[in-house]
Design a protein around this ligand. Structure first.
Ligand SMILES: [Cu+2]
Length: 95
């Protein structure tokens, strides 16, 4: 039983550095064609801390995986708004 304990002790500090990614879903306005989703995608991926951005044109939403230590849902909203697509946080994603 010594090995699993040793592994646990080694793993803990590592996981403290890599915070679990958070996911935010944004409702996006002004999306009128598939080109818009590309623009939004680029705007979101430029935000420092964004790990992955998926824009759903059919549902007019963007799902963004981000590092909560580096960015926040409000920064994501700002990024799409600055790109010409005002957005709001969908559901209870913000704490
Ligand atoms: Cu468009």
């Amino acid at each position: 039983m010594r090995k699993p304990l040793a592994a646990l002790l080694i793993c803990l500090p590592v996981s403290a550095f890599a915070a679990a990614p958070q996911t935010a879903v944004l409702d996006i306005q002004n999306m009128t064609c598939s080109m818009c989703s590309i623009t939004i995608h680029k705007a979101l991926e430029k935000v420092p801390g964004v790990i992955e951005a998926t824009v759903d044109y059919d549902h007019k939403t963007a799902t963004v995986k981000y590092d909560a230590d580096k960015t926040s849902p409000s920064a994501l909203v700002k990024a799409t708004t600055n790109a010409g697509f005002p957005s709001t946080l969908h559901g209870g994603g913000q704490k």
